[in-house]
Ligand binder design. Structure first.
Ligand code: ADP
Ligand code: TRP
Length: 320
C-alpha cells in the first residue's frame, strides 16, 4: 500500500507529537511503502523569515531521522526539491471550484485567528492535493483537522478523471481513532502553543525541571496516592507495558513514595526512551552533509516518479 505523510516543520517536537503522530507514522515503514516529506512550500504560507524556514526544515529532517525514519525503507525528501508538484498544483487548480476552497475549515480558522488571507493560504488544499495525487497515494494518515483536505483531494481528482480519463488514484484518509490525546504538564492537551509541553530533546537537567513542574494534587508523604487522573502517572504509563503499569500503581498505593519520586521516575523513563534518538541526533548534527545526502536521494527517487506522472498528466490535458 502506498502511504504518504507530510510534515509541517514547526520547531521543537514534544512528547505529544511523538506518541500522537511520529511513532505511529514511523511504524508504518515496516509494513507499507512509506513516502514522507517536509512540506516547506506549505510552511511558506505563514513564514516570514527565510533563515528560520530553512533551519526548521533541516531540524525536522534531523529529528525525524533520529527518531526512526529509515531512508532505506522510506522515501524521505523536502517538498521544494521536487518542484514538479507546483505544475500539478496549477493544473489541479482548474478542477477546484472556488466554493470548495471557501468551505475549508483550516483556511477559515486561520482567517478567524487574524492571519491575513492571501492566495497561497487559500489555495493550500490544492497544493496538498498535488502532493497526494502526484504519487498515486492510496492512504494518507492524518490528524482530524486534515481529513477535509484529503476529501477535497478526492473531489478534485474525481473532477479531473471525469474530464480526462482515469489518471489519478483516489486517496483515502486514515485517522487513528484509538490515539490518545497526550496531556501536558498542566493536564490540558500538550501543545507548543500552551507552554505545557515536554520537548523530546531537552537537556537532562531541564527535563527534570520540566517534570517537577507537572501539576499534581497534594497528598502528603506517607499516604497512598491516587494514580487515576494523576498527570505524572498518565505520562509515565505511555512508556510502560501493562505489567510495568501495575507495578507503578502498586508504588502509588503503597504510601511509601511521594510525587517527587514519581517525577524523578518519569524523567528517567523519558530520558531512557530517547537515548538512541539523542545519539543519532548528535551524530547527524555533526554530519549535516549526511542529512543532505539522504534528502537528496529521496528527492531523486521522487523526481523519477513525478516526471513519469507529469508526462501522463501533461499528455492528458494537451500540454505536450
Ligand atoms: P502543537 O499542538 O504542539 O502545535 P502540532 O499541531 O504541530 O502540535 O501537531 C503535530 C502532530 O502531533 C499532529 O498530528 C497532532 O495530531 C499531533 N499532536 C500534537 N499534540 C498532541 C497531543 N497532545 N496528543 C496527541 N497528539 C498530538
Ligand atoms: N497540511 C498537512 C498538515 O498541516 C501537511 C501536508 C502537506 C500533508 N501536504 C500533505 C499531509 C500531503 C499529508 C499529505 O499537517
Amino acid at each position: 500500500m502506498r502511504v504518504l505523510t507530510g510534515i509541517q516543520a514547526s520547531g521543537k517536537l514534544h512528547i505529544g507529537n511523538y506518541f500522537g503522530a511520529m511513532k505511529p507514522m514511523i511504524a508504518l515503514q515496516e509494513s507499507e511503502e512509506l513516502f514522507t516529506f517536509i512540506a516547506n512550500y506549505h510552511s511558506l504560507t505563514t513564514s516570514k523569515d527565510a533563515k528560520l524556514l530553512n533551519q526548521l526544515t533541516f531540524d525536522a529532517a534531523v529529528d525525524y531521522l533520529s527518531l526512526g525514519i529509515n531512508p532505506e525503507k522510506t522515501t524521505f525528501w523536502v517538498q521544494s526539491d521536487v518542484p514538479q508538484v507546483l505544475e500539478l498544483y496549477w493544473i489541479l487548480s482548474k478542477f477546484t471550484p472556488m466554493g470548495l476552497l471557501e468551505r475549508a475549515h483550516s483556511y477559515k480558522d486561520k482567517v478567524a485567528k487574524g492571519i491575513t488571507a492571501n492566495h497561497a493560504l487559500f489555495s493550500y488544499p490544492v497544493l496538498m492535493a498535488a502532493d497526494i495525487l502526484l504519487l498515486d497515494t492510496q492512504k494518507v494518515p492524518v490528524g482530524k483537522d486534515q481529513i477535509q483536505h484529503v476529501e477535497m483531494t478526492r473531489d478534485i481528482a474525481i473532477k479531473f478523471n471525469n474530464e480526462y480519463g482515469n489518471i489519478f488514484t483516489l486517496p483515502e484518509h486514515v485517522v487513528e481513532e484509538s490515539l490518545a490525546t497526550i496531556p501536558g504538564i498542566d493536564g490540558q492537551k500538550m501543545s507548543k502553543s500552551y507552554d505545557n509541553a515536554i520537548d523530546i530533546f531537552m537537556e537532562e537537567k531541564a527535563l527534570q525541571k520540566r517534570c517537577n513542574k507537572i501539576i499534581s494534587s497534594s497528598t502528603p508523604l506517607g499516604e497512598p496516592i491516587e494514580f487515576n487522573g494523576c498527570n505524572i502517572y498518565n505520562l509515565a504509563s505511555l512508556f510502560l507495558n501493562p505489567e510495568e503499569q501495575t507495578k507503578l500503581q502498586t508504588r502509588y498505593q503503597s504510601g511509601k513514595e511521594g510525587y517527587g519520586h514519581f517525577k524523578k521516575y518519569l524523567k528517567e523513563l523519558i530520558w531512557n526512551e530517547f537515548t538512541e534518538a539523542r545519539e543519532k541526533r548528535a551524530y547527524y548534527l555533526e554530519h549535516p552533509d549526511m542529512v543532505k545526502d539522504i534528502l537528496s536521494d529521496g528527492a531523486k527517487k521522487m523526481q523519477k516518479i513525478a516526471n513519469a506522472k507529469m508526462a501522463v498528466v501533461r499528455e492528458a490535458v494537451g500540454l505536450y
